[in-house]
Design a protein around this ligand. Structure first.
Ligand code: F6P
Length: 344
């Protein structure tokens, strides 16, 4: 077969490992030819492609980011985008396209399949871990490790200065990174999108902790955490030309409020894209490799319109249509019964 592949949405540790695995199995096992599209859908529409071979994939397993490049946007953003995409597929003699992306890219892939008959296979990707249908996405484990390492380092400053440190982590719609890093890093409070917060309650907890003689407190805030309505002024969010809201900044608001309301010295730390950069953990390298192998197998099974997924310890495939348009919330019992047990 002749196979196209693209990486869409935000970059994520493990993307190159998925590409490497697809190419390895495609070339060595099936005798396929694989081409990579540069810059996601832009590269498909503009026919910017590179041959991917076992040789050119060497050394990519531990490398962060994506060697193909990535962009937001899709063929549905312009009047002739779908026609250009279809023309590339047929003119280049491609039998199928593997789309490695988050909720946005997978929705586009699903639509291209169901409305335009395109042969697509999805691979779920996001550090946020918020894609339905899979127990976990690659990149999440790495992001949690980076956030936990940062929290460990912040503990020493917090203790030395008797400060409250507010750590903002990623998590647009779901509090997975915040909950895991909060548990792993011993946070006194964790704020997540699934549970709008009351700043008075947060301050009471920290004051109570200080009254018990524990001064240094770590507060972990997911970037998508929001105050309960009427308790704090909402942040003015900027939206890019694709309708993608630029988050980040709630950590500053929370730190300022805690400082002013409690009188405790409080500092914000916004981890931002540090969480998405650099080498994937061993767990993510293995998961990415398994997803890549499963994606090329799914393509040979002609499981068009499906994405690969982890269920328990097995990699399966599942229809994209059951997955898109939803976000996977954090396991709320993990938050309520485990994370909260350690709150101040
Ligand atoms: O979806 C993953 C994610 O890392 C979100 O947590 C974050 O809000 C977003 O990407 C940031 O996107 P960008 O890199 O385009 O600013």
């Amino acid at each position: 077969m002749r196979v196209g592949v693209l990486t869409g949405g935000g970059d994520c540790p493990g993307l190159n490992a998925v590409l490497r695995a697809i190419v390895r199995k495609a070339e060595r096992h099936y005798g396929d030819e694989v081409v990579g599209f540069r810059d996601a859908w832009d590269g498909v529409m503009e026919r910017r492609m590179v041959p991917l071979t076992v040789e050119t994939m060497r050394g990519l397993l531990p490398r962060g980011g994506t060697v193909l490049g990535t962009r937001r946007g899709s063929p549905f953003d312009s009047a002739n985008g779908v026609a250009l995409t279809q023309a590339t597929m047929s003119d280049m003699g491609l039998d199928g396209l593997i789309v490695i992306g988050g909720n946005g890219s997978l929705s586009v892939a699903c639509k291209l399949h169901h409305e335009h008959g395109m042969n697509v296979i999805g691979v779920p990707k996001t550090i946020d871990n918020d894609i339905e249908g899979t127990d976990v996405t690659f990149g999440f484990n790495t992001a949690v490790q980076i956030a936990t390492d940062a929290i460990d380092r912040l503990h020493t400053t917090a203790e030395s200065h008797d400060r409250v440190m507010v750590v903002e982590v990623m998590g647009r719609h779901s509090g997975w990174i915040a909950t895991y890093a909060g548990i792993a890093g011993g946070a006194a409070v964790v704020l997540i999108p699934e549970r709008p917060f009351d700043i008075d309650e947060v301050c009471e907890r920290i004051v109570r902790r200080h009254q018990r003689g524990r001064f240094a407190s770590i507060v972990v805030v997911a970037e998508g955490a929001t105050p309960k309505s009427g308790t704090l002024e909402a942040i003015d969010r900027k939206v890019d030309r694709f309708g993608h809201q630029r988050l980040g900044g709630i950590g500053n608001v929370v730190a300022t409020e805690i400082g002013e309301r409690t009188g405790f010295e409080t500092r914000p730390v916004l981890l931002g894209h540090v969480q998405r950069g650099g080498t994937p953990t061993a767990f993510d390298r293995v998961l990415s490799t398994r997803f890549g192998v499963a994606a090329i197998d799914a393509l040979h099974d002609r499981a068009w319109g499906h994405m690969v997924a982890l269920r328990g310890d097995r990699v399966v495939h599942t229809p994209l249509v059951d997955v898109i348009g939803r976000t996977r919330p954090v396991d709320i019992s993990l938050f309520d019964d485990v994370a909260q047990l350690f709150f101040a």
